[in-house]
Design a protein around this ligand. Sequence first.
Ligand code: HEC
Length: 245
Amino acid sequence: MSSSARRLPAAALAFALVVGAAVPASAAETADEAAQLAKSAPTVAARSDRVEHYGYGTVPSAQQIAGWSIAVLPDGRGLPPGSGTVDHGADVYAQQCAACHGTFGEGEGRFPKLVSDSKLTGDQPTKTVGNYWPYATTLWDYINRAMPFPAPHSLSADDVYAITAYVLNLANIVPENFVADRESLPKVKMPNRHGFILLDPRPDTADKECMAHCRTPDEVKITSTAEGKDLTPRTAGPLDEMQSP
Ligand code: HEC
């Protein structure tokens, strides 16, 4: 874990855990990372026995599932053919995005900033694509599925590539001549790529589980906490003075 992630607020850290756990194994950079991810990856499969059990519906074909599936994985799997330049992205962005996110990503009113100088290590960091998001491919996926806010999933693949290139360029992550496509986006090194931890290494408890003749909560004493171990920043009062209800 990098020092920036260590200083994120607890809520952000919890989010990081969830995001980290959702990363598919193929994007893992080490065998160890891949093994950890494989353990936590959800598995989804069509269940023909369920259809028979409840007596209605049919098992969707792979083709039907593909029609709905627009997910792009961190390693770029799922990205469609097409490409887009920073220049073209600037034009489409000006028409489709600037009203809310500002011409240079600075954000209009209370709409989210896409670019800022804020550092995650600051007291009140503003999380943006540039300083927070770990994968450029996720930016493509997000814009493609969710933006522009009033008309999600209305842009062509080429336009999404172009806007992605433009936003990455605004954040100084790619040069002005960058061309975004299914080959180039997975290779973009996002500054916070290693700021996410995959699995929380702390044990939930060192105690044995108990189903009968258990101790009452009053007998339970907190003898050690994550405080001071540089894992979680202090949030409220000292944990070691907390009383059981
Ligand atoms: C009508 C206003 C509006 C327009 C137009 C719009 N957005 Fe957004 N955008 C939003 C809002 C609101 C959110 C926050 C959504 C949420 O958190 O659920 C958002 C979130 C985002 C985010 C995620 C920011 C983050 O770090 O969490 C990105 C990236 C983004 N928009 C890109 C775009 C792009 C690219 C376009 C143009 C194709 C666009 N938006 C057009 C309102 C808009």
